[in-house]
Design a protein around this ligand. Structure first.
Ligand code: SF4
Length: 388
């Protein structure tokens, strides 16, 4: 089938879209997970959950979201919070630009909207760190607006149900997917009979939510729980009777995301330098990955080249015969596979190069460390009984 015919097939599949809406709403009423951010329509709480959930699994986000809402329950609390505090609350979630953008956006809401979360889609979309997906999620969940969403989960569900073989990152297929998601959420506003008819106990957590909210969340939930990347649970899927991928046994081939980018290995050597009961740490500068987070002095080296003594010269401007291996941390960030070799050095005099600040171990507890260096800190607490 030609690409043009394939696409026009999607555009004209209105009846399939209409059949899909009640299937999704019924399934969601019975299967939605009881998540704390689903018990509220506070746009601030929804926004925080959506930003945390980007690139991060629900079970990881749960304690972070609960702690965040306890510590910073309103937009103005976030706008006023110290940078150290928001980074500490985010520590371990990764992709720290997200937390800095959250605060930037909170300050815009305070200055431009008097501290009240804007309801207009364009105002929400204009906030720092909020893309089309997040603006659609907030407007549909918090304000019952028929705004579509399209993330990885929704792309997977829709490309499979409609049998879309084109790469969804390419403009034409992407536009068609947004249009389909838009039709689905619009149609959900017309399906009112589900508002009152869901008697299943599991529907308690979603029953208060609007049709737009439930439809969008049902797509996300189906992608997360049933239509998973590998081994989708087609037999239990509410859409299996209308799903092209199921009918044609093509779920494993969709979505067609093109060739994978190979992972790039990187090797770093870090030093836990102790002097007079204090440890040497430094804060990463603005404008780099993991900006403003803390770490031990370290240097990137070639995969097999430099040893710890050479690395100490580069990182600290000194070397020592008494460098003890501490641990090796393996860590992934985006497409990088990082190996971090940590060593311990005890000094009487400060190193020649100014490589950070000297802090007592209990002080380190209040700082936000990068994911890999937090693991070093945890290892120190175990191995050397440092109360970090
Ligand atoms: Fe995904 Fe299978 Fe459901 Fe189709 S039938 S939407 S492939 S889980």
């Amino acid at each position: 089938m030609s690409r043009a015919r394939n696409n026009s097939k999607l555009v004209t599949q209105n009846s399939k879209l209409e059949r899909l809406v009640p299937l999704l709403l019924d399934w969601f009423a019975r299967n939605a997970r009881d998540l704390p951010w689903r018990r509220t329509r506070d746009p601030y709480a929804v926004w925080v959950s959506e930003i945390m959930l980007q690139q991060t699994q629900v079970k990881t986000v749960l304690p972070y979201w609960q702690r965040w809402m306890r510590e910073l329950p309103t937009v103005s609390d976030l706008a006023k919070a110290k940078s150290e505090k928001i980074h500490k609350l985010w520590e371990g979630l990764g992709y720290y630009t997200r937390v800095r953008n959250l605060q930037k956006a909170a300050r815009v809401i305070v200055e431009k909207h008097g501290g009240r979360f804007p309801e207009e889609f364009d105002d929400v979309f204009a906030l720092p760190g909020i893309g089309r997906y997040t603006a659609g999620a907030i407007c549909s969940i918090a304000f019952d607006q028929p705004r579509p969403i399209l993330d990885g989960n929704v792309i997977r569900v829709l490309t499979r149900i409609f049998g879309i073989a084109e790469n969804p990152r390419e403009r034409k297929a992407n536009t068609l997917l947004w249009q389909s998601a838009g039709r689905l959420v619009l149609h959900a506003t017309r399906v009112t009979r589900h508002e009152a008819s869901c008697a299943h106990p599991a529907s308690r957590t979603t029953h208060h939510a609007s049709a737009c909210s439930r439809l969008n969340q049902s797509l996300m939930e189906l992608g997360a729980l049933v239509c998973t990347p590998r081994s989708p649970g087609c037999e239990a899927c509410p859409a299996k009777r209308i799903c092209a991928a199921f009918r044609e046994n093509r779920a494993g081939q969709l979505p067609n995301l093109g060739p994978r980018v190979a992972a790039t290995p990187r090797r770093f050597i870090a030093f836990v330098v102790e002097r007079n009961g204090r440890l040497l740490v430094r804060q990463r500068p603005v404008g780099v990955v993991n900006a403003q987070l803390w770490e031990f002095p370290n240097v990137e080296v070639s995969a097999s080249g430099a040893d710890a003594r050479q690395a100490a010269l580069l990182a600290l401007g000194m070397s020592s015969k008494r460098i003890e291996p501490l641990c090796t941390i393996r860590h992934s960030i985006t497409r990088y596979r990082i190996t971090l070799e940590a060593h311990r050095i005890r000094l009487r005099k400060p190193p020649a190069r100014r490589a950070g600040v000297w802090l007592a171990p209990p002080r380190l507890k209040s700082l936000a460390f990068t994911g890999a260096h937090k693991k070093i800190l945890e290892r120190l607490a175990v191995n050397f009984k440092l109360q970090a």
